[in-house]
Design a protein around this ligand. Structure first.
Ligand SMILES: [Zn+2]
Length: 362
């Protein structure tokens, strides 16, 4: 078994693995104890929901960091997988999470956890799980490999990932081997990059896509017909504005697409940490600092209002200049457009309020 391992993995990986194993051995008890402490507040408070944890995000960050210390995997990679699973969860609060003190959203299916041929799909014995080739391990130090325990889940995920090595590229391969889904692998890589860059979990800031003022106009145009390209419904909001007005990122995010699209013209697509894709179309040009894979912040200028689109690359002026803004939500298998109008109103009002507050305090 070990010989096979050495043959199929580069020596660096084997070193990483043994280093991680030693590290794990030394700090396992401490990490397990800390992981149990993380779960304690919800249990002690007698609350029946995960919302009973005073600050679930802080508790999650602490758990990622403990697992990172124990396994050598950077905290932001645990955070990225957890966040990906959170954003594709079918229900916002799973029924079993209501009755538990779970703080992560990672869920590993029974046959994967206990082994596909394991007669006991709810097996919690690390030995028999290992015998049947399941991926479940005990990360909390209680002797059980429990697929509803956060520490066990993160540690099992870590053991899976460490098989591929510890670089960003190895991580991507490990994630691909777990999900067998290119889009999932892309999302997890994007989220990891965002978390690593900002060093925190909260990336919830927002901005209106245009500089506030009196020179733009928009109304709810969700679902109305379009004039070009056949019978497609309008998935977004048109903000009419003068040519050349700056277009700003509405969120913390990562540039996923940039370039010509025959409908959208010069367009840009930005993925945020909630797995929403923000789509800005008909631009007259891009800010030169923005390229694919770049990280952007709310209010950062990404391009300028124009009238590009509805034809071959460079087509302009087939309609009045405006920003077409759309938001799509990735649910794992499908991506849904939803009406951005209420959010646009909310962001605009928030910014006006913040401006007024700033003026008063000066
Ligand atoms: Zn539009």
């Amino acid at each position: 078994m070990l010989a096979l391992f050495k043959k199929t993995l580069p020596w660096r990986t084997v070193l990483c693995l043994s280093a991680a194993a030693m590290l794990w051995g030394a700090s396992q008890a401490a990490a397990a104890e800390a992981a149990r402490r993380v779960n304690l507040p919800a249990v002690q408070s007698g609350s029946s929901s995960a919302a009973g944890v005073a600050d679930p995000a802080a508790a999650r960050k602490e758990l990622y960091e403990q697992m990172s210390a124990a396994t050598g995997i950077p905290w932001f990679r645990f955070a990225a997988i957890d966040q990906y699973e959170r954003t594709i969860a079918k229900k916002k609060v799973p029924a079993d999470a209501l009755a538990s003190s779970r703080i992560t959203a990672i869920s590993i299916p029974g046959p994967v956890w206990s082994g596909p041929l394991n007669p006991d799909q709810a097996d919690t014995s690390p030995d028999s799980i290992s015998f049947f080739g399941g991926m479940g391990y005990d990360g909390s130090g209680d002797g059980l490999a429990d697929s509803s325990n956060d520490a066990d889940l993160l540690y099992s995920m870590a053991r899976h990932l460490l098989k591929y090595g510890n670089s960003a590229n190895d991580f991507s391969i490990g994630v691909w081997e777990y999900y067998h889904n290119g889009r999932a692998a892309q999302r997890v890589a994007q989220f990891a990059k965002l978390y690593e860059h900002f060093g925190r979990l909260d990336l919830s800031g927002s901005a209106f896509p245009l500089p506030l003022g009196n020179n733009y106009a928009y109304r709810s145009t969700w679902g109305t017909g379009r004039s070009w390209g056949g019978a497609r419904i309008h998935e977004g909001t048109d903000l009419f504005a003068p040519q050349g007005l700056p277009v700003r990122s509405t969120c913390f995010g990562i540039v996923e697409t940039k370039g010509w699209n025959r409908y959208g013209g010069w367009r840009i697509g930005i993925r945020d940490i909630e797995n929403r894709y923000h789509y800005y179309a008909h631009l007259s040009g891009y800010d030169k600092s923005v390229t694919r894979g770049d990280i952007v912040t709310p209010g950062q200028i990404i391009g300028w209002v124009g009238s590009s689109g509805y034809g071959s690359p460079g087509t302009q002026g087939k309609f009045p200049p405006h920003l077409h803004y759309g938001i799509y939500r990735d649910r794992g298998i499908t991506e849904w457009a939803f009406d951005p109008y209420p959010l646009l109103k909310q962001w605009e009002n928030q910014e006006y309020r913040a401006l007024r507050k700033n003026k008063r305090s000066k």
